[in-house]
Design a protein around this ligand. Structure first.
Ligand code: 5RP
Length: 234
């Protein structure tokens, strides 16, 4: 999609985040529609200003897009550490806690964000919430023992008195969604997550859970783009 057709709020957030990029930086590139706009804006700036950057991608899709636009993408291990990662999010709360994984990439996204001095989130106003959880929480799980892991997640939700909620396998049509790491996704339809820290701890304690989509204490800055092209920083 050309930048001229991009959603104005996503474009505004992407432009503001790319303005933070400096020559010589090591950058993490997020995944999703907002991150894709950012990659296009970044590629434009690199071409116009001849910036020299080292980029690591959070998904195969982002790596393919970045490379198709002339950005050099290296493995995270080759780069070693990143100055900044720019990524989208499904929800952002006032503490800059996030839900991510709507694009099934939260495992790599979390690994990349954890290896970054700074995580900058870009989003449109619809992603800003008071309490996380209206967006179904993605949890990447092993195929091995899939139903057992689902049961253990249900038990954990009960133990936290979150009630009886749908824990649904993510499908595309009738096929299971398979992540870049070959795992499956469960979406937890919780409505609200009053204590994200407790839920994150409980999910991380279940052996078949590879990674959940709660990003707590990882985001340093959220740039919220608006339809009129302005941005607000959280
Ligand atoms: C992918 C993600 C995305 O960043 C998140 O789903 C937001 O995507 P979009 O910008 O398309 O709304 O976490 O796993």
């Amino acid at each position: 999609m050309a930048l001229t057709q991009a959603d104005p709020a996503k474009l505004a957030a992407a432009r503001a985040a790319v303005a933070l990029v400096e020559d010589g930086m090591r950058l993490g590139l997020g995944t999703g529609s907002t991150a894709s706009v950012m990659v296009r804006v970044l590629a434009e700036r690199v071409a116009a200003e001849g910036l020299s950057l080292r980029c690591a991608a959070t998904s195969k899709a982002t790596a393919d897009l970045a490379q198709s636009l002339g950005l050099a993408v290296e493995s995270l291990d080759d780069i070693g550490w990143l100055d900044m990662t720019i990524d989208g999010a499904d929800e952002v709360d006032p503490h800059l806690h996030l839900i991510k994984g709507g694009g099934a990439a939260h495992l790599r996204e979390k690994v990349v964000a954890a290896a970054s001095d700074r995580m900058v989130v870009i989003a449109d106003p619809g992603k800003v919430v008071e309490v996380l959880g209206a967006f179904p929480l993605p949890v990447e799980v092993l195929e091995f023992g899939f139903e057992t892991t689902r049961k253990l997640i249900r038990r954990a939700l009960e133990a936290l008195e979150l009630g009886d909620h749908d824990v649904l396998q993510r499908l595309r049509g009738s096929d299971a969604v398979v992540t870049d790491e070959g795992n499956l996704i469960l979406d937890l339809h919780l409505g609200a997550i009053p204590d994200p820290v407790a839920l994150a701890r409980a999910l991380s304690g279940i052996p078949g859970v590879v990674e959940h989509g709660l990003f707590l204490g990882m985001c340093d800055l959220a740039i919220i783009g608006r339809e009129d092209g302005s941005v607000v920083e959280l």
